[in-house]
Ligand binder design. Structure first.
Ligand code: HEM
Length: 138
């Protein structure tokens, strides 16, 4: 993950946030096609969940170049995910659904290209890797 990639993600994230409701819906639709068995893990109202998830991922992504500083946050997030019954294998379909959602929204804004896709993938992978490592350790 390069500084430029972090910058690309930071500067385009606002477009996702501006469409938070669509983003959440697109994301979950994508994800449940790839991992239908994960549907039952999501128990809270999906509308609320969509917003919560997108806003929280924002928080983490905007600090991704300082992952060290949010080590504890990530650790507790990972712990809660274990409690939700999330398996580490889910991070792959989750990432695919996530990148596809970002691509859908940023394509509409005409700012989606290979460089952007690589940047978002690198940032997602950094956060997912930190979570998976924590989940395996705990
Ligand atoms: C980088 C990856 C991920 C991030 C940043 C993330 C973030 C979050 C956040 C912030 C919440 C809100 C509740 C809380 O803070 O504990 C949440 C809830 C949840 N996440 Fe994730 N998540 C990620 C990956 C995944 C994956 C791979 C799954 C697999 C199924 C998953 C399943 C869930 C479930 C089941 C909930 C609770 C839903 C409910 O309350 O109904 N997450 N996630």
């Amino acid at each position: 993950m390069t500084d430029k990639q972090v910058l690309l993600v930071k500067n385009s994230w606002i477009d996702i946030v501006a469409h938070v409701s669509d983003a959440g819906q697109i994301f979950y639709e994508n994800f449940f096609v790839l991992a239908p068995e994960a549907r039952s893990l999501f128990t809270s109202d999906l509308k609320e969940q969509q917003k919560k998830l997108i806003m929280a991922i924002t928080l983490i992504f905007t600090k991704v170049n300082h992952l060290e500083n949010i080590k504890d946050e990530v650790k507790y997030l990972s712990k809660r995910h274990k409690g939700y019954g999330v398996k580490t294998d889910y991070f792959v379909p989750f990432g695919k659904a996530f990148i596809k959602m970002v691509g859908t929204i940023l394509s509409e804004r005409k700012i989606w290209n290979t460089e952007m896709q690589e940047a978002w993938t690198a940032v997602y992978n950094a956060v997912a890797q930190a979570m998976v490592e924590n989940m395996k350790e705990a």
